[in-house]
Design a protein around this ligand. Structure first.
Ligand code: ADP
Ligand code: MG
Length: 327
């Protein structure tokens, strides 16, 4: 299965940040309240993710590393209504085919933790008892050590780390209820406690996007025809370089979508006659049956069943907020 896993890894694991994404999503799926991420040398040498979630039982550990053994999709209907973040059951096997993977986990009430190291063949798993608090730590070392062609496509350690940093910021703004910490080569880059009150939420927003954004942001809260949009949009007085300052979530999932950026930009231009890329953190909620989240394995793209309707809704919502704020 190693070859199959490596082929699958081509879709799932492009760079260190894609590994981090899969592992943090697994922590979310495990109902973790806090996730600690440590990265060394841009993630090439080490990615270590520790969560306080439900853990993996001893007998499940080898299965978790086996391809499709754990897929959460039981039927076609499930495909239409995917609610958990992961659903393909191939992240861990894919990662283990292109890196040295160790999973250590302890479930609630278990007397000790168990550790399994994948040997790369994808069939043989050695499970050993060890010490670990409730939850899971996944360690990924020497990414792409056995696929040098893949490794050649990576950028500098600094650039690779910045992809991970952006990703964690995006995730931190989608899960205010989860605490995050991020370290690079032992330096703490982000440290975010779980946020519940409005003050805590805004504090996190300031830590992630800078206080200048907060001071110039308008609050969005708009519903119509079963769609709901909330979040913040920045006023043009706030100008930092922009593409990595646009956050759009559909049903809690980060999305990068041309239709969305276009609708936002249009609303800005219409009200403020302003061509600059706006800064925003927006959350769209709609019936999961109206959106296809499985359009791309990296799960950043979505397809709306009725994209015209979504576009018009976004435009109307933002147009109203911006127009109201206009002096
Ligand atoms: P998927 O998330 O698509 O099911 P993965 O390969 O990402 O597949 O993970 C395989 C399985 O391992 C998961 O379904 C889950 O049961 C278990 N698992 C992985 N990471 C964790 C974690 N951090 N906490 C608890 N269980 C986990
Ligand atoms: Mg997963």
């Amino acid at each position: 299965p190693q070859l199959i896993n490596q082929i699958a890894a081509g879709e799932v694991v492009e760079r260190p940040a894609s590994v981090v994404k899969e592992l943090v999503e697994n922590a979310f799926d495990a109902a973790a309240r806090s996730v600690d991420i440590e990265v060394e040398q841009g993630g090439l040498r080490l990615i270590r993710i520790r969560d306080d979630g439900c853990g993996i039982a001893r007998e499940e550990l080898p299965l978790a590393l086996s391809r499709h053994a754990t897929s959460k999709i039981a039927s076609l209907e499930d495909l239409e209504r995917v609610t958990s973040m992961g659903f393909r059951g191939e992240a861990l096997p894919s990662i283990s085919s292109v890196a040295r993977l160790t999973v250590t986990s302890r479930t609630r009430g278990e007397r000790c933790a168990w550790r399994v190291t994948a040997d790369g063949t994808g069939t043989d798993f050695d499970v050993q008892p060890t010490a670990h608090p409730e939850g899971t730590t996944v360690e990924v070392r020497d990414l792409f050590y056995n696929t040098p062609a893949r490794r050649k496509f990576l950028r500098s350690e600094k650039t690779e780390f910045s992809h991970t940093e952006t990703l964690i910021k995006r995730m931190a703004l989608s899960r205010f209820d989860v605490g995050f910490s991020l370290k690079h080569d032992s330096r703490t880059v982000l440290n975010l406690r779980p946020a519940e009150t409005q003050a805590e939420i805004e504090r996190r927003l300031g830590l992630v996007l800078g206080d200048a954004f907060l001071e110039n942001a308008l609050t969005v809260e708009f519903s119509a025809a079963g769609l709901k949009l909330s979040g913040w949009v920045g006023l043009p007085t706030f100008s930092r370089s922009q593409a990595d300052m646009q956050f759009f979530y559909v049903n809690g999932r980060l999305v990068r979508d041309k239709l969305v950026s276009y609708a936002v930009k249009q609303a800005y231009q219409d009200v403020l006659y302003h061509g600059r890329q706006p800064v925003y953190v927006l959350y769209l909620e709609l019936d999961p049956a109206l959106v296809d989240v499985n359009a791309h394995p990296a799960k950043l793209e979505v397809r709306f069943r009725d994209s015209r309707m979504v576009h018009d809704f976004l435009f109307r919502a933002l147009h109203r907020v911006l127009a109201e704020s206009k002096p």
